[in-house]
Design a protein around this ligand. Sequence first.
Ligand code: AP5
Length: 220
Amino acid sequence: MSRLIICLFGPQGSGKGTQAKILSQKLNLPHISTGELFRLAMENKTALGKQVEETINGGQLVSDEITFGLLKERVANLDCSEGFVLDGYPRTIKQAELLNQCATVSKVIFIEISDEEAVKRLSSRRHCPQCGAIYNLYTAPKPAEDELCDRCKIKLAQRADDAEESVRERLRRYHAETEPLIDYYQDKIVKINGEQTIERVADDIAKSVGMLQLNQMLEQ
Ligand code: AP5
């Protein structure tokens, strides 16, 4: 059977990371986020981390070659042999073409939200520096106590690229360079309304992935 490769696509703040975590648990497949891989490299101060830090904090895209190199290495791991959930890759047509060299995307889930909603969510996004849990001060999930992680009870932090100027630059790049992928993947894309509760978005995604799995089984 071919690998199940689900790509979560959408503007910054649409909930790709939130939904990728839920979906990868449901499917028992690894969640692969190029943004997370870059942040890990920055935290560990590796050569790659130092190379990309300024680009990422300024809201720019890392080069296609560097990003694909990182992704290719990750998806060659044994845990990806049955498939994986991609979050934040590809973001350019070039990246999609490079991906075709090592994987065939099964379905692209496009989570749609407005720019206004994206800016609102990202300016209020926080994370726990210890366990990595993601919160939102105004939308969901909210921390039980003001700016403290529910589990670790330590102060929540804000990503450097969630500063308003960086968010606007990231959205500008999204519209210019990532949106053309909607046409590129026209036969594989399914649109989901991202301006619903996290649970409703997750249900809509599960339904469309369930249909895909059923079709794959019928084709065998
Ligand atoms: P990355 O980490 O992928 O950031 P991003 O694409 O900017 O996406 P975000 O993490 O901002 O948003 P999200 O859609 O995952 O939303 P989330 O679930 O967190 O990439 C960071 C950087 O790395 C890039 O800018 C670039 O520099 C570089 N990079 C990464 N991949 C690259 C690539 N392929 N090529 C080149 N460069 C690359 O949710 C956001 C907030 O909203 C959270 O607080 C959450 O709690 C809340 N929320 C989620 N869902 C809902 C909902 N339904 N209702 C209300 N609130 C919600």
